[in-house]
Design a protein around this ligand. Structure first.
Ligand code: SAM
Length: 280
């Protein structure tokens, strides 16, 4: 039984980090004319109503996207991400937040392709409806990890894979590494982006140790923490692991993170970092 619903968390500081990195990778892939493939293994519902019961109950977006949206000094690098949000909020009031599939939909070109998978019985139909008129996209109710075997390599031989599980089950920390290993074996030149939450730092250390043991090269880690590591319940930080990152990504995130951290965490607690954890 899947109980996680992203609608409770949409637009929080972890989404801001994830979707900023996602938009920068897509923007970099568009620098070449050749079309590419976007695989979103854990796609969610696609669109989230911020005034809805779920988002209002936690109010997480108020400490996330609300803090940076429409800031006059927002760095130019955030524009592709903000453009995707603006496309859902034409009036200028932030009512809807786009999940990763809608950010990709907004930024991808006519000849690029999307493959989206979502297992949840309530979120899958919402996602399918979002894309019912988009010929570029295929939406399946299927296991995201399985896609890393069955959908790679893509015919275009260019692509980005986003792996964004809920980590509801402890086994996700191992499943993501195994999935990446399977995907990378088939599509070694692809860009793989894995999101992770820091709830217990030890879990992330183990996951990274397992990832490094696969022998995969060229791995970048990007992290933003709202609070210091803790052994109490709750997410203190989140990060993105990017395999084969676009060459400018590290530098772009080094530019963005001080601004993002200052705006998202006005108390100044936590930290941010960009590290090449495995060289090319
Ligand atoms: N990627 C989305 C975004 O950024 O907007 C958010 C995804 S949310 C963190 C994780 C999603 O994975 C949930 O909607 C959950 O129902 C779904 N899910 C859980 N296990 C899955 C699996 N094995 N395969 C596909 N989807 C799964």
């Amino acid at each position: 039984m899947l109980s996680y619903r992203h609608s409770f968390h949409a637009g929080n500081h972890a989404d801001v980090l994830k979707h900023t990195v996602l938009s920068l990778i897509i923007t970099a892939l568009k620098e070449k004319e050749k079309p590419f493939f976007y695989l979103d293994t854990h796609a969610g519902a696609g669109r989230y109503q911020l005034s809805g019961e779920h988002a209002e109950r936690t109010g997480e977006y108020l400490e996330g996207i609300s803090r940076i949206w429409q800031q006059p000094d927002a760095p130019e690098l955030l524009q592709p991400y903000f453009d995707a949000i603006r496309a859902l909020n034409r009036s200028g009031t932030l009512r809807y937040y786009p999940g990763s599939p809608l950010i990709a939909r907004h930024l991808l070109r006519e000849d690029d392709k999307l493959q989206l998978t979502e297992l949840h019985s309530s979120d899958y139909p919402l996602l399918r409806n979002e894309f019912s008129k988009d010929d570029r996209a295929r939406v399946d109710r299927a296991d995201g990890y399985q896609q890393l075997k069955s959908k790679l390599p893509p015919p275009s031989r260019r692509g980005l894979v986003l792996i964004d599980p809920p980590y509801e089950m402890k086994s996700d920390y191992q499943a993501v590494v195994k999935g990446i290993q399977e995907g990378h074996k088939r599509f070694g030149t692809g860009v793989f982006a894995l999101w992770y939450p820091v709830v217990l730092r030890q879990q992330i250390k183990h996951m990274l140790r397992d990832l490094e043991a696969t022998g995969i090269r060229n791995i970048l880690q990007i992290e933003l923490a709202a609070r210091p590591d803790s052994d109490q319940r709750g997410m203190t930080a989140s990060g993105m692991i990017v395999i084969n990152p676009p060459w400018k990504l590290a530098q772009q995130m080094n530019t963005l993170l001080p601004w993002l951290h200052q705006k998202l965490v006005p108390a100044g607690t936590g930290h941010y970092a960009v590290n090449q954890i495995v060289p090319e």
